[in-house]
Structure formats: C-alpha cells, structure tokens
Design a protein around this ligand. Structure first.
Ligand code: SF4
Length: 462
C-alpha cells in the first residue's frame, strides 16, 4: 500500500480524495475478484466521515468473477484526475497584459501584429526569428533586422519566454535530459536523443505528471499536477534546438512521449504540433512529429481527423485483463474498442501507419501466446510495432524482458508479416529513458494490486 486514506486526502484535496476513497471503498469490497488496489481495509465509519452520507448509498457486491465497479462510481476514479472527453480549450496565451508569442499559431501572430498597426510582412519576419534556424530568439533584443518601432512594441506587449533552463544531464549514450522550470516553479523534463543515422529526436512533455497511472511508468506515480500550455510545449522543441543543435546536430523529429498523456491536454498539444510543423518556422515534417496516447479513444479519433501528424498508441498488453491492471485507462476504453476505432479511422487513409508501442515486461506480456494474440489484434490496421525494453526505476515492480526473449518475440511477429522494431533503452543511467521522467513527491499515485497469476513473475505479494 502506497498511501493511507488521510495522506491521499491531503495530496489531492478534499474533492478528488472523496473520489479516491469511493474507489478504495469499492475495491476493498471487490478485492477477491478484481484485485485492483493493495490497500489495508478502511473502516465504514472512516469512509462515511470523509465521504459523507451519500457513501451509505454505495452498493457493494462481494461475489467473485470480474465484477464491475458499483454503478455509483465513475470509471474516472481509477485515475488520479478525471479523464473527460470534454477537453478544455487551449489556454489563453497571456502573461499579465503581454501576449505569449509561442502560444500563437502563425495566423494568430499575423492578426495580433496587424492589430498593433503593423504589416503582415513584419509578422513573418518576427516568426522567422522566433523559430528560424540559428536564431530561436528568446527576447526582443535578439530580433535583429526588425524595424525599431516594431521591436519596441514587441518589448512592451509581447512575452518571449515560457520556460527557464534548470539543468542538463548527459547520459553515457549521449542522451540529454533537460530540466525546465515553469513560471509557477514546477519542473518538467525534455529529452534529446541523438541517433547515429543522422536523426535526432526531441521528446517533449505535455503535462506536469500524468493522471493515467500506468503501473510501469515513473511519471504516472506523480499523479497529474497540471497541463502544459501551448507555449510551454513549443518552447521545449525550440530550446532543445537552441541549446543542443551545435552538439548533437539538427533535431529532426519530435515525439510527444515525455511527461503526461498528450491527448489528455488535447487542445494545447494539437496547437503546439501545428506550430511545430509550420513551414516558415520550426518546419518539422508532420510525419516526424508523433503524438502518443495510452488510448483515450474519443480524443484519438479527433486527433486522426484534425491532425496530419503521426500517432503512436501505447498498447503494452494483449488481453483486457493485463491491460486493465497495467494501464487503468483500459477499464474505460477496452482493447477491442481501441483497435476497432483505429481500424475504422485508418481504413480510408492512404500512406498512414499508426505506431504501436509495446513495453516488454518479463512474465507479464512477453509470452509466445502474447505475440500470437498481438498479431491477431492488429490485423487490418496499417501499423508498425515498436518492442520497447522496459526501463526500471525506483520502486518499480516490473522486470525487463531478456534480450533473447525480445528477439524471439520480434521474430514471431516478423514471420507473420508485421513491421516490427526492437527499441533498446536510451538514457536510463540519467533517468531519461521512456517511462522514467519526472519526480514523484512524497505521496505517490496508488499502485494497483498484482493479479494472482503474475505475482510470481513480479515477486509480489497481495
Ligand atoms: S506511460 Fe504515459 S500515459 Fe502512462 S502514466 Fe506514463 S506518462 Fe502517463
């Protein structure tokens, strides 16, 4: 058990604690069947005290066999913040009376510049200085060649910075982890991964922490603290180029695989990716900007319809039973629904392949049966599959699959005609690898109980 009811209460506030307690209460009564949470019993008076009289209305069932949550509980109680379909609109890019330039798309910059009495041509010159190679201006003093009055206006009315550099850690394989401080003092991490084939990738964060509580992920342990603004996302890519291009070469690819579930911050992520692919600015190819999701089906559908960037889906299991445990989002959007949605959405798209990510966890999802099920699951979906070596972290209960077993798994998929790649760990000696970002505070998001058949593989106990 990672948290007591009262500590969790302080951590997430009364409202969300009430939701968590509802969930704890439900799972206590379902522990023999669903095995969700490893938690000591909470007494009924304790629950009633914090949940209020309405908690008396919860109907609990004690029968076995995959019982659903009581109808009075919402599925979102499985996460560390609500997982709604009604995403907030992109935040207004303003700091005080100043507009935050990196939160604006080019048409918005043009409109804003015109509203201050300047020509669209000057907007383009500004845009090129914000995002053009070897400029990446981070204050108005760096805007060489612009009209003096225009610069003065920008100094008075525009803000150039969303992030402050805190530190850069270099791993033994050359991967860099950049730590940025946000305006409110929170810290985010961005990773730059140089590759020998002339391709360098920046992995950006979209949230501080994450609500999805994937059990193998260190970031998930933090819970969700807040969404990043469009400017905070865009500036990670800009500063990665500004700070590291001379050392690592041109940064050609962006992956939204840092801290957070990108599609849980839909509007800001969509807008940031639009800014990143602008041909007059950062000019990443849309095929080289990949947004990853744990499987938020409505947002995924919307993303495929509204964006021309690439999509990655973090799959990681071949049965609902395993996925319900290691990725609680699966309890809301089941594997069948997720894959059927992809099948339907992609059937009419030309030259588009979704990338499935599959983190290999020893004894959990790496059997030959899993490989065969995976082949069946992705039938009819244009896709590539990345088999990713699990990166252990402090407190993680999972173990990485051995190399020879990963190769064997890959071979089963390849023989069936799948496009499949093995991805080894990068940057893990600096906690810069996939699933290792962030820093949980004293209080962690809840660990879910290990299903009985996997306890031996994890060396866990109920
Ligand atoms: S794997 Fe991604 S979605 Fe899951 S908890 Fe980690 S950051 Fe969030």
């Amino acid at each position: 058990m990672e948290l007591s009811g009262s500590v969790w209460m302080r951590r997430v506030g009364m409202l969300s604690a009430r939701r968590s307690l509802l969930h704890l209460a439900a799972t206590q009564f379902h522990s023999s069947s669903t095995n969700f949470l490893a938690s000591p019993p909470l007494s009924f008076p304790f629950l009633t005290k914090f949940l209020g009289p309405s908690s008396r209305c919860i109907s609990f069932s004690t029968h076995s066999s995959a019982a659903p949550l009581p109808s009075t509980l919402h599925q979102d109680d499985l996460f560390t913040s609500p997982v709604g379909d009604d995403e907030k609109k992109a935040e207004s890019p303003k700091k005080g009376s100043k507009v935050i330039l990196k939160g604006l798309t080019y048409p918005e910059v043009e409109k804003w510049v015109q509203s201050h009495g300047y020509r669209p041509g000057q907007a383009l010159m500004l845009w090129k200085r914000l995002y053009g190679n070897n400029v990446w201006a981070s204050c108005y003093e760096e805007l060489e060649g612009l009209n003096k009055d225009f610069k003065k206006m920008l100094g008075e009315h525009a803000d150039f910075k969303a992030l402050s550099l805190k530190d850069i850690h270099t791993a033994s394989d050359g991967t860099r982890k950049i730590l940025f401080t946000l305006e409110d003092g929170l810290i985010i991490e961005t990773v730059v991964i140089p590759c020998e084939r002339g391709r360098t990738t920046v992995c950006v964060s979209s949230q501080v922490g994450c609500a999805m509580n994937c059990q193998f992920c260190y970031t998930g342990r933090m819970g969700l603290q807040r969404n990043l603004s469009t400017a905070e996302i865009v500036e990670q890519a800009v500063l990665a180029r500004r700070l590291l291009s001379s050392e690592v070469g041109s940064i050609t690819n962006v992956v939204f695989m840092g801290m957070g579930e990108p599609l849980h911050n839909f509007e800001n992520v969509l807008k940031a990716s639009e800014i990143m692919v602008d041909e007059q600015g950062l000019h990443f190819s849309p095929r080289k900007v990949t947004v990853s999701t744990s499987g938020l089906v409505p947002q995924l559908k919307r993303f495929l319809r509204e964006s021309n960037c690439a999509l990655a889906v973090s799959l990681n299991a071949t049965t609902d039973e395993v996925r319900n445990w290691i990725m609680p989002i699966n309890r809301k959007y089941k594997l069948g629904l997720l894959l059927e949605t992809l099948r339907e959405e992609l059937c009419a798209r030309q030259n588009y392949k979704v990338l499935f990510e599959y983190v290999m966890l020893a004894g959990v999802n790496d059997s030959t049966e899993d490989a065969k099920r995976l082949i069946d699951l992705v039938q009819g979906i244009p896709c590539k599959i990345n088999l990713i070596s699990f990166n252990p972290h402090c407190g993680s209960r999972f173990k990485p699959t051995k190399e020879d077993k990963m190769i064997q798994f890959r071979n089963v998929l390849a023989e069936a005609g799948c496009i499949v790649f093995l991805r080894w760990s990068r940057g893990d000696d600096q906690m810069a690898a996939c699933g290792q970002l962030g820093k949980p505070g004293e209080i962690h998001a809840p660990l879910l109980r290990v299903p009985a058949q996997f306890q031996a593989a994890l060396g866990a106990s109920i």
